[in-house]
Design a protein around this ligand. Structure first.
Ligand SMILES: C[S@@+](CC[C@H](N)C(=O)[O-])C[C@H]1O[C@@H](n2cnc3c(N)ncnc32)[C@H](O)[C@@H]1O
Length: 219
């Protein structure tokens, strides 16, 4: 049985993630808080990739699923110098409360929404140019289907944790039993995306596996 903790060899992962990139004091503080309190936030290789996509695409409206303490939402707003509005959904009470405080400190136009994304997405009245999915791995297909009607033309959807520590690349019978449902769901999600002619997809072996989708036409 494979036990993987990083997708790339550790030496590659550490090298890329130890490269310094410009971060504000607030982002550095939130990063430190996340490490000290074991809050899962995007890794630096993922954040620098997302920043580059944002600077190319310049989305005005962003939706995020999985706020945690607000780190990635604030990082995205900061990357765009505040020229965007971000709606971000978090279901955990404690995380939500911390995020609200951090978002207020940041001063960016970020609207934290408290609740389960499976419920809250349906209530959204906005449409989006860019969506970042970073919530429950077992529900990516449901999230995706709910998001589609909320997209502007030529939107981008990015999903983190697509390879789930590399386990998604293994035959199911080699995956530890307690991980099989997540892995089965993620494999089905990947097949579903690749079968859609209106989506151009890449899976990058950074972070925990990052999926980048260009939605060609409103589906
Ligand atoms: C990996 S963390 C998000 C990290 C954050 N995007 C960052 O990088 O700063 C995932 C978060 O998603 C939240 N979450 C999980 N399932 C969710 C759901 N169905 N709806 C909303 N939030 C959810 C968890 O409570 C957790 O805080």
């Amino acid at each position: 049985m494979y036990i993987l903790d990083t997708i790339n060899p550790r030496i590659v992962d550490d090298f890329i993630n130890n490269l310094s990139c410009n971060k504000s004091n607030l982002i550095q503080d939130l990063h430190q808080y996340a490490i000290e309190n074991k809050v899962p936030i995007i890794k630096d290789d993922v954040s620098s990739f997302i920043r580059n996509i944002l600077l190319t695409k310049k989305p005005k409206r962003i939706l995020e699923l999985g706020t945690a303490i607000g780190y990635s939402a604030i990082l995205m707003a900061e990357t765009l110098s505040g020229n965007c509005t971000i709606d971000t959904i978090e279901k955990n009470n404690d995380m939500y409360d911390i995020a609200v405080k951090n978002i207020k400190t940041s001063g960016y136009k970020i609207n934290p929404i408290h609740g389960d994304a499976l419920v809250e997405i349906k209530k959204l009245e906005n449409t989006y140019d860019f969506v970042f999915i970073d919530a429950a791995k077992g529900h990516y297909k449901e999230f995706f289907d709910l998001i589609i009607p909320k997209l502007n033309n030529e939107a981008i959807i990015i999903g983190d944790n697509i390879l789930h520590k590399g386990l998604v690349c293994l035959p199911l019978n080699e995956v530890p039993r307690r991980q099989r449902t997540i892995v089965r769901n993620m494999k089905a999600f990947i097949d579903y995306i690749y079968a859609n002619d209106n989506i151009r997809t890449s899976i990058l072996p950074i972070g925990d596996g990052l999926m980048v989708n260009n939605i060609l036409n409103t589906l």
